[in-house]
Design a protein around this ligand. Structure first.
Ligand SMILES: Cc1ncc(COP(=O)(O)O)c(C=O)c1O
Length: 409
């Protein structure tokens, strides 16, 4: 039985009160709260087997290495990867995307090549292509959404050409809430240009729904631990095995090599050649516990819970005159993130007034400035849900918004 009230008990953060009032945390799109199980697992490394990985031949180092590699296996299984060798641990989604950008834009692609991305991308999946492409003659094309915040598949057919080397697209928007039809996008891209690679920013997908990278058929998938109950400072890049083997490392140093001589170095095989230096060992081990927590809940239940909340929120928001949100209005097309605006009040005022009642939302452009420009809004007030969010939290949010409306009208 999926019960957010029972789930809440695992989250020490939610036991906290400020000025005698409970916390209503509605910013999980930025980062999720962490359950005790993850905190305990991370601590276990510090209290029981602190040692560097891969290097020691003593018991605790072997234990740490085994736990670190177990987390890789758990992660591979969670996203349907064929092998744990396809899982590279990075610092976050941004670094995973940068790894791919550096590898291809610096070494493989040439002037005249193009990258296609969408207007709904987080800066993480836009700035690397823009910055590394400019000066190398590699241009970025943009796939725009329609007025409902959805990508038009017909438009894709005109955007992918023989020059398109990569399509970099988010699986779920952190502003519009839109869930993109990734399998269909990948199939269409590969049909139009079989050599074109597809990278999926899954930072808002892997934490919220079942993802099977084999089923998606993409070449790279990037996501972050901290958005799915895990520690900060850990990201994942899943890549097709043959591509990872061919790619050059992004960072150089210890651990990622098998031989170093004065005149040459031989790198380890993927994924280890991409993990230079001592990794965030405790973080990876804690992340493994986060994946186990979500696996035990069942991702189909996580998605069903969020859909129920989305449906409820859309109904309840209609009580607040002048309130609107961007992205699809249909619950089945979106995730539990609402970037709202109110005729009467600035998003920062909304966030600040809600904060007085310990209702934590985020105001700003949510690292999606091109999208906000396209929507002709400078900023939005964003509330987002996760496994521990209840309908009572949404009621509190609506009550808070009614208060804001009263003050500003
Ligand atoms: C869709 C999306 N992509 C990428 C990122 C970047 O994630 P990170 O900050 O963990 O690199 C975020 C973070 O909000 C996001 O929502």
């Amino acid at each position: 039985m999926f019960d957010p009230k029972i789930i809440q008990k695992d989250f020490p953060h939610l036991k906290r009160t400020i000025n005698g009032k409970r916390i209503v945390y509605l910013d999980s799109t930025a980062t999720s709260l962490k359950p005790q199980q993850v905190i305990d697992k991370e601590n276990e490394y510090y209290t029981k087997y602190t040692a560097n990985v891969f290097r020691g031949i003593y018991t605790t180092s072997e234990e740490a290495t085994a736990e670190y590699e177990k987390a890789r296996e758990i992660t591979a299984k969670f996203i349907g990867a064929a092998s744990s060798d396809e899982i590279v641990f990075t610092r976050n989604t941004s670094e995973s995307i940068n790894l791919v950008a550096y590898s291809f834009m610096l070494d493989v692609w040439a002037s005249g090549d193009r990258v296609l991305t969408t207007i709904m991308e987080h800066h993480s999946n836009f700035v690397p292509w823009q910055q590394l492409g400019s000066g190398r003659g590699i241009d970025v094309d943009i796939w725009y959404t329609d007025k409902n915040g959805l990508l038009d598949m017909k438009a894709l057919e005109k955007l992918v050409t023989k020059k398109t080397k990569l399509v970099a697209v988010t699986a779920a928007s952190n502003v519009l809430g839109t869930i993109n039809p990734i399998k269909e996008i990948v199939r269409t891209v590969k049909h139009l240009n079989p050599k074109c690679l597809v990278l999926i920013d899954a930072a808002q997908a892997v934490p919220h729904m079942s993802v099977d990278v084999g089923d998606w058929g993409a070449d790279f998938v990037a996501f972050s631990s901290h958005k799915m109950l895990g520690p900060t400072g850990i990201g994942v890049l899943w890549g097709r095995r043959d591509l990872l083997e061919d790619m050059k490392p992004f960072n150089y140093g210890g651990d990622m090599i098998s031989e170093v001589h004065i005149d040459r170095t031989v790198f380890k095989k993927a994924p280890h050649k991409f993990e230079a230096g001592t990794p965030h060992i405790a973080g990876v081990i804690g992340f493994g516990a986060a994946v186990e927590y979500l696996t035990a809940l069942g991702m189909e239940h996580v998605r069903a819970h969020e859909q129920e909340l989305v449906t409820y929120a859309i109904e309840q928001f209609s009580q607040v005159e002048g309130l609107d949100f961007v992205g699809p209005k249909r619950a089945d097309l979106r995730g539990g993130v609402f970037a709202c605006f109110m005729k009467q009040a600035h998003p920062h005022d909304i966030a600040q007034l809600l904060n007085e009642d310990n209702i934590f939302i985020r105001a700003g452009n949510h690292c999606a400035m091109p999208l906000h420009d396209y929507l002709h809004v400078a900023s939005t007030a964003r509330a987002s849900f996760y496994i521990y969010t209840t309908k009572a939290d949404i009621d509190m949010l609506v009550e808070g918004l009614l208060k804001v409306q009263k003050i500003f009208s």
